[in-house]
Ligand binder design. Structure first.
Ligand SMILES: [Zn+2]
Length: 246
């Protein structure tokens, strides 16, 4: 293969997802803005029983689109249409998975506003997949049966990681789930991997945090400095209280 073709192939693979591959050359990027302190909003906890889910290495190998839909959060800007798929035979409730994905994608700290549909043209499919189906869907990226990926059509979410998280998230499974959805859908919007910007900083969501945080701290959000609505409302009412009547 000519050298140019090899280079193009390497760049395509680098943009594709999260599997293991040799590092590809990348152009210099402007450094990211300073990362503010993490949000004080507590993340929802995951019921203990969900941690005990045993994920089989393989399920049916066939996806089912989760029926129904959900509107994008209110706000300005364009809306991304997406759908959710769950491999038949996995020990997860498809509706619960779709609801969790939708909450993450429409969080004010997320990428954009997302409308879930179950048909028609979509920008991205978010697909909960057994390790074996993940391996198949993510080729030629090497996921080792544990990583997730973006394969050009689907954000392939490995059910094993969805169930167990990763040690570097310190047992905060809800936060890890926010991360893996935000990261793999980030690829669908054209975002590539980013390195840890420095010791003690929040990891960009496009850092491969499932592999390593480097010397960064975990961060599941594209825009971690944005405040969730409840917190903003609280601050507004605090400000009103401080001003007082008259
Ligand atoms: Zn990735």
């Amino acid at each position: 293969m000519p050298l140019l073709a090899l280079l193009v192939l390497a760049l395509l693979l680098a943009a594709a997802g999260c599997g293991t591959r040799p590092p590809a050359p990348s152009p210099p990027r402007p450094s990211p803005p300073p990362t503010p302190s993490p949000s004080r909003t507590p993340l929802p906890s995951i019921a203990p029983r969900q941690r005990d889910v045993r994920v089989p290495f393989a399920a049916s190998g066939r996806y089912a689109v989760v029926p129904g839909g959900a509107p994008a959060r209110p706000g300005r800007g364009s809306v991304v249409r997406y759908l959710v798929e769950v491999e038949r035979g996995l020990p997860f409730d498809p509706g619960e998975f779709a609801a969790a994905v939708h909450r993450t994608l429409n969080d004010v700290r997320g990428w954009a506003r997302f409308q879930r549909v179950d048909h028609g043209p979509v920008r991205v499919r978010v697909a909960l997949s057994s390790p074996r189906l993940t391996i198949r869907q993510c080729r030629p990226l090497r996921t080792g049966g544990t990583l997730s990926c973006w394969n050009g059509t689907r954000s392939v979410i490995n059910a094993l990681r969805w169930a167990k998280g990763v040690p570097q998230y310190g047992g905060d499974l809800a936060a890890y789930r926010n991360y893996v959805i935000s990261h793999e859908v980030g690829h669908s919007l054209g975002h590539s991997h980013r390195p840890c910007p420095g010791p003690g900083r929040l990891a960009p969501v496009m850092t491969q945090q499932s592999k390593s945080l480097g010397r960064c701290r975990p961060n599941p959000w594209p825009f971690p400095a944005r405040k969730p609505r409840e917190e903003r409302r609280d601050r507004r009412s605090e400000a009103r209280a401080e001003r007082g009547p008259g």
